[in-house]
Design a protein around this ligand. Sequence first.
Ligand code: SF4
Ligand code: SF4
Length: 314
Amino acid sequence: MATGACGINCSVCRLNLLGICGSCGSGRSVEGSRKRAEMERIFGTGCPILVCAMERGVEYCLRDCDRFPCVQFKDGHYPFSEGYLAMQERRRKEPPKSRSPLGELVKVPGEYWAALNAQDLGELCERALISQSSQGELLIPFLNTFILMDLKGQTVSLQSGRGWKHLDHPLVELLALVYVLHVKNAPLTNRLIGVSELKTSHFFTGPHELKLRPIMERFGNDLEGFKNAAEKLGGESIELADAAYSFKLFPRIPIYYLLWQGDDEFPPNASVLFDQSIEQHFAADAIWGSVNLISDLLLMARGIESLWGGEERG
Ligand code: SF4
Ligand code: SF4
């Protein structure tokens, strides 16, 4: 399957079938280099999209470039319409959807808030390694920011600059509630385990498979892109695999992402590790939701602000 850096699939094009137009390829492919050389020979210049993608080391603009849709597409009138580019621009800023493994929209059960209101908050804060604001809200460290949980209003906000912004993201709200309700006073073991070592490993198959394939496809040949996306979420680099980061989702829930680049012999690979203590705090569905959330945020590559569709912090 020959797909150009721009996203056109040459193998479904009649011009290609007829041999009128040769196959293109990604910005990192031999086919792409050949196409560029052929164009330069015939027209004296290469396709600006392909040239740019090759120079930036981007395989596919739509998947791999944070600048898409850039000026090459907007001013070039080729290969996508204005309407299509506007749709891409709008939807790339939409917060990742909160869905269950079966694709249903996540709903936060009202009982969770009721259960929280019945807790001894002093004890809860100690157990969860969180604190209370002067107004009595819970302040929960979350990746590289804080969640402010308003128990009376039953809302969550995220720190944004010096203020707080209301967050309408059911998965984050649900995970934060599950965390404060179920976290134990159990320290990290610092023993890292893979999915297969979880007691509930059988859960993570079929529709419950962890969202790692898109990470591998997006970043398997782009370590810099992975590092950039991870650092925007406050990930801390660790010395494992070709690139690895630890994300502190909540104070007692670190999650580790490992990435191996592909080469001539082996395809790229992505994997996730947990502290062995994770199952004391989170059931399998909460672990699944946590990995899903971090993977979505990495794929969006715009930092925590993508949770409400805002611009990333400078
Ligand atoms: S527009 Fe450029 S990148 Fe896309 S298929 Fe044509 S030559 Fe390749
Ligand atoms: S800047 Fe534009 S043309 Fe260049 S790689 Fe990114 S999206 Fe493609």
